[in-house]
Write a protein that binds this ligand. Structure first.
Ligand code: UD1
Ligand code: CA
Length: 455
């Protein structure tokens, strides 16, 4: 029996090498999106709640792309390739180099099993105090192709794959989720003895409990609801999983004190964070990377991704916040306004029909309707800096790079190509000339021409 695991370091081993043939896709299965983020992010984030000191992702099919995604999501994770893919036991063994000097517990997760809850992983970890091997199982409504857990009381004798099972074993409805926990070195040592002498000709991870017991080690299973162990194998399953994900996330948001009149029309991402008493009106879509502070209001038909909305701010209706948008306290972003890579200061107002990109807008500044930061010259992006309490007249084109000082003003319709000093009014438009009577004269002449053509 190993020492109590409460203090033991944890290594996650995430299996992501399989082909995922039934997705019928060129995209590797771990990269298909659920809740706006790759499937593998769900396993990584759930596993990360155990505060693992190492994470090893086993890659194979589409390894380059999967490894890049892992690097972006969790830079401290390492990847180990499994070439060719000879089964789940063989997959776990590929972590041997990365864990050669690791002392602690390994927890095996699947990249295509996104719903396992942190509480369940913690229960597996806790069950290690009394058993050498802990397998996560569930009662299956339709056991089908799942491996069956052959239990004697709380002792797990072995796991038998459906393909290799006798009719009596197939009648067992306690199934293997595939997730398990064990001392890392014990796991690797036992797996090095697994053979592929079975119906699939694969090296099964599921041989582990029987091998452990043959050595006098103990194995057990803890059970979780079947919904948690749901695996994604096809596009219909992925679509159904999206519905489940959104249902769960909406409930979690409501329980956390977020106000929603029509939660069924609001779509969240895996990492969306919304504070208490924030309000989300109908038909709002959150891409990845959004945080909304308490008391902010996201009005109908807005789309947000990679942005932060501070307390008291009002976004939309019909607003688009793109990556890098940071909206200050009590700021207003109105209808048909797009903000990208820009800081909007506290109390600033950008109320109508505007594009603010690569910019800083100072506190309390007002940006008139139709303003555009002309940030792109066709090759490079440039910044626009606007000070505090500035007033940008409607339909101003701010040709970046350009800086406007505190309390600067621009006249409506200006094209601003040069910096505007603090407190200055910039007029960047042609001077208006009125020609008395000319409009009437012109109109009469045009009517006469039209009448002559008809006749
Ligand atoms: C596995 C279990 C089965 C369990 C089921 C739960 C085995 C032998 N069987 O079966 O008992 O009920 O999961 O869903 O473990 N993978 C690799 N390399 C490989 C093979 C698989 O990385 O060589 C990865 C896959 O990408 C996937 C996971 O391991 O993430 C599971 O593989 P899969 O082939 O789907 O296992 P099942 O046959 O469903
Ligand atoms: Ca599977």
């Amino acid at each position: 029996m190993s020492e109590p695991q409460a203090t033991r370091p944890i290594a996650l081993i995430i299996l992501a090498a399989g082909q995922g043939t039934r997705m019928n896709s060129d995209l590797p299965k771990p990269l298909h999106k659920l809740g706006g983020m790759p499937l593998i992010a769900h396993a990584l984030f759930a596993g990360a709640t155990l505060e693992p000191s190492r994470i090893v992702v086993i890659t194979g099919h589409g390894a380059d792309a999967v490894e890049k995604a892992v690097e972006d999501l969790m830079p401290f994770a390492t990847c180990a390739r499994q070439e060719p893919q000879l089964g789940t036991g063989h997959a776990v063994l590929q972590a041997a180099d990365a864990l050669a000097d690791f002392e602690g517990d390994a927890i095996v997760l699947y990249a295509d099993t996104p719903f396992v809850r942190p509480e369940t992983l913690a229960a597996m970890q806790a069950a290690r105090a009394a058993h050498d091997i802990v397998v996560l199982g569930f009662r299956a409504a339709d056991p089908g192709r799942y491996g069956r857990l052959i239990l004697d009381g709380d002792r797990l004798e072995r796991i038998v794959e459906a393909k290799d099972a006798t009719p009596a074993e197939l009648a067992v409805d306690t199934c293997n989720s595939g997730l398990l926990a064990a001392d890392a070195q014990t796991l690797l040592r036992l797996l090095s003895r697994v053979t592929n002498d079975n119906a699939a000709g694969e090296y099964y991870l599921t041989d582990l409990p029987a091998l452990a017991r043959a050595e006098g080690l103990s194995a057990t299973a803890i059970l979780c609801p079947e919904a948690e162990t749901l695996g994604i194998n096809s596009r219909p399953e992925l679509a159904a999983a999206e519905t489940t994900f959104q249902t769960n996330k909406r409930l979690e948001m409501l329980d956390n004190g977020v106000a929603m009149q029509a939660p069924d029309t609001v779509f969240f991402a895996l990492d969306t964070w919304v504070g208490r008493d924030a309000e989300i009106e109908p038909n709002v879509v959150f891409g990845p990377g959004v945080t909304v502070e308490s008391g902010a209001q996201i009005r109908a038909f807005s789309h947000l991704e990679g942005c932060h909305v501070s307390a008291g701010a009002v976004i939309g209706p019909y607003a688009r916040l793109r990556p890098g948008a940071e909206i200050g306290n009590d700021a207003r972003i109105g209808n048909f306004v797009e903000v990208k890579e820009a800081q909007i200061g506290d109390g600033a107002k950008v109320n109508h029909l505007t594009y603010i990109g690569d910019a800083t807008v100072g506190e309390r500044s007002n940006i008139g309707a139709g303003t555009v930061t002309c940030n792109y010259d066709g090759v490079m992006k440039h910044r626009t800096i606007i000070g505090r309490d500035a007033f940008i007249g409607s339909d101003t084109m701010l040709v970046a790079p350009v800086t406007l000082g505190d309390r600067a003003m621009t006249a409506s319709g200006s094209v601003i190509t040069e910096d505007v000093p603090p407190g200055a009014l910039a007029l960047g438009r042609a001077k208006q000339v009125n020609k008395p009577g000319l409009a009437v004269k012109l109109m009469d002449r045009l009517r006469a021409i039209k009448a002559a053509r008809k006749g």
